[in-house]
Design a protein around this ligand. Structure first.
Ligand SMILES: CCCCCCCCCCCCC/C=C/C(=O)SCCNC(=O)CCNC(=O)[C@H](O)C(C)(C)COP(=O)(O)OP(=O)(O)OC[C@H]1O[C@@H](n2cnc3c(N)ncnc32)[C@H](O)[C@@H]1OP(=O)(O)O
Length: 238
């Protein structure tokens, strides 16, 4: 499942276990709860780092659970249930009053990649792990907030095409070249985690006002935040 550990100013959110870290409704609820916990405990200088165990960061929604519904209608309803329950997780990341960093230990596919790219920084390995938007191969349409996030965060039409319309399994070097991730400079999960902790500590030292940081972040993505029912306005202090 997942854990949240506090190391000084850093919150370390980890998808634990050696499985594919599929976003089953229970996993989605757990991740959301831990993000809400990080928000409630945030102070000036807080930073979130998200990673996972094993060869997957996350392989996306739990299709087996959807198909276990026993009928096509049931499967579709369960897919929609995951899509809707996942939306608050993405909203929580864009609303979090601290810098966020995803340390990709391995593969990130579909909603698992959506989760990764909803962080401010994304570091991946060079030797293992691919970014894969499998919807085009599976014949699944993109939910509106998925499309809005990718359109907001992936800078060029070519990169969006390669990621979302080619079924490509994009490795680290190409992901950096396409401007999808910040770094793919490490050949081990330890290297990626060390690099993200170092970045996190340098960001924490800024002791920024988290509410202002979150407000600036949300102001960069007005269309997506409207879909996520987020406002960039800072609540008037009492
Ligand atoms: C269901 C009913 C229909 C409903 C309709 C309703 C519609 C409404 C809802 C629509 C919802 C849309 C949004 C959907 C979101 C979702 O999340 S759906 C779930 C989607 N998830 C997936 O499709 C999973 C996709 N994942 C995969 O295909 C694979 O797991 C993978 C990511 C491609 C990994 O494959 P795997 O075989 O496990 O890879 P590995 O064995 O690790 O690696 C393969 C070889 O490649 C080598 N390698 C890996 N990385 C690297 C690298 N970076 N560099 C070099 N080499 C690498 C690795 O070593 C392996 O090599 P060998 O060992 O030699 O084989």
């Amino acid at each position: 499942m997942c854990t949240l550990e506090k190391r000084g100013d850093l919150f370390l959110l980890t998808l634990t276990g050696d499985d594919e870290h599929r976003f089953h409704p229970d996993t989605i609820a757990s991740v959301l709860s831990l993000l809400e916990q990080a928000k409630s405990q945030s102070t000036r200088g807080s930073v979130l780092i998200t990673t996972a165990h094993g060869k997957f960061f996350s392989n996306g929604f739990d299709l087996a659970w959807a198909q276990a519904a026993g009928s096509q209608t049931g499967a579709v309803n369960r897919m929609h249930q995951m899509v809707e329950s996942f939306k608050p997780v993405i909203a929580a990341l864009f609303d979090l009053p601290m810098p966020t960093i995803a340390a990709l230990n391995g593969h990130a596919a579909a909603s698992g990649l959506m989760f990764a790219l909803s962080h401010d920084y994304v570091f991946m390995r060079n030797d293992r792990g691919v970014l894969y938007m499998s919807e085009v191969d599976l014949g699944l349409p993109l939910p509106d907030y998925f499309a809005a996030m990718f359109a907001a965060k992936i800078g060029t039409g070519i990169a969006r095409r390669e990621l979302l319309l080619s079924g490509k399994k994009i490795k680290g070097e190409e992901a950096v070249a396409l401007g999808i991730v910040d770094s793919a400079a490490h050949d081990s999960v330890e290297g990626v985690v060390e690099a993200t902790v170092s970045l996190g500590e340098s960001l924490a030292a800024k002791k920024w006002n988290g509410e202002v940081y979150a407000s600036i972040r949300k102001s960069l993505y007005p269309g997506l935040c409207a879909m996520l029912s987020l406002t960039a306005k800072i609540a008037a202090s009492p």
